[in-house]
Write a protein that binds this ligand. Structure first.
Ligand SMILES: Nc1ncnc2c1ncn2[C@@H]1O[C@H](COP(=O)(O)OP(=O)(O)OP(=O)(O)O)[C@@H](O)[C@H]1O
Ligand SMILES: [Mg+2]
Length: 237
C-alpha cells in the first residue's frame, strides 16, 4: 500500500509544483492520475519512484519511508523516454535492472527477450535505444520496467505517440496485470479500460477522487480540470 501524505515540492527556481497532495493507493489497485498540463502529475510520479528527494510531507510504502524503499518497490515509465534509456542496445537496456540486482546475464536476457516479444518489439533487440522513434522508445522503457517486476508500476503518459496496435498491447498488459498501478494520462479512454478509480490533480492539489464513471459524468469538474469526456461517454449521451 502506498500512502502519500501532504506532499509539497518546490523546484529550484521556487516554482511550487505540489501544494499538499494526499491520497492512498491500495495493493492491487489500478488508479488514474489525471489533470491539465502543468498540474503536477509528473512531479508526483517522480516522487513516488524515489527519483526526487522529499522536501515536505511523506510517502509510505507498506508503512516504510525513504527513497530507497520507493526505488525498490516502484517502477516508473518516465514521460521523457530519453531520461530512461542508457544502454547501447534495447536488449541490454531491458535487462539492465535485473543484472544490476544480481541476476546472471543469460537469465536476465531471457526474461528481457520474452518481454520484448510480448510487446511486439523483438525486432528492436539489437538497436541502440537513442536512435529509435518516439513510440519505439516508449515501448522499450515500458519493457524495462516490466522486466524488473516492481510491486507498483507508475506510468507517465505511456501511450503518447503509440500507434493503435501498440497502444492496445500496452492497455492489455496493464489490464491483465495484478500489480498496483498508477497511470498518469490525458488518454481518458485508456484510463477507463484499465482503472477503477481516478485522482484528479489541479495546480498541485488533489481536487477530486472517485470512480471513473462518477468523475467523468461530472461535466463541471471535467471542465474545471481541463478534461474532456471520454469518447465512449460522448457517444452514449
Ligand atoms: N524542472 C522544473 N523547474 C521548474 N518548474 C518545473 C520543472 N518541471 C516542472 N515544473 C513546473 O511544475 C509544474 C508541474 O509540472 P509537471 O511536469 O509535474 O506537470 P504535469 O501535470 O506532468 O504536466 P503535463 O500534463 O504537461 O505532463 C508545472 O507548472 C511546471 O511548469
Ligand atoms: Mg507530465
Amino acid at each position: 500500500m502506498i500512502e502519500i501524505k501532504n506532499l509539497r515540492y518546490k523546484y529550484p527556481d521556487n516554482h511550487e509544483a505540489l501544494k499538499g497532495v494526499s491520497f492512498t493507493l491500495h495493493s492491487g489497485e489500478k488508479a488514474a492520475l489525471v489533470g491539465a498540463n502543468g498540474s503536477g502529475k509528473s512531479t508526483l510520479l517522480l516522487h513516488l519512484a524515489g527519483a526526487v528527494e522529499i522536501q515536505s510531507g511523506k510517502i509510505l510504502c507498506n508503512d516504510q519511508e525513504g527513497q530507497e524503499t520507493l526505488r525498490k518497490h516502484v517502477g516508473l515509465v518516465f514521460q521523457e523516454s530519453d531520461d530512461q534509456l542508457l544502454m547501447p542496445s534495447v536488449l541490454e537496456d531491458t535487462a539492465f535492472n535485473l543484472i544490476a540486482s544480481g541476476m546472471n546475464i543469460k537469465q536476465a536476457h531471457e526474461i528481457a527477450e520474452r518481454i520484448l516479444s510480448s510487446l511486439g518489439i523483438s525486432h528492436l533487440r539489437d538497436r541502440p535505444p537513442h536512435k529509435l522513434s518516439g513510440g519505439e522508445k516508449r515501448l522499450v522503457t515500458f519493457a524495462g520496467v516490466l522486466a524488473s517486476s516492481p510491486d507498483v508500476i507508475a506510468l507517465d503518459e505511456p501511450t503518447a505517440g503509440l500507434d493503435p496496435r501498440a497502444r492496445r498491447r500496452v492497455i492489455n498488459f496493464l489490464r491483465e496485470s495484478d500489480k498496483t498501478i498508477l497511470l498518469a494520462s490525458h488518454d481518458l479512454d485508456m484510463t477507463l479500460d484499465i482503472c477503477s478509480r481516478a485522482i484528479i490533480i489541479s495546480d498541485g492539489r488533489v481536487s477530486a477522487e472517485g470512480t471513473l464513471p462518477e468523475l467523468f459524468m461530472n461535466k463541471e469538474l471535467l471542465e474545471a480540470n481541463g478534461l474532456e469526456l471520454p469518447l465512449r461517454y460522448s457517444y452514449a449521451l
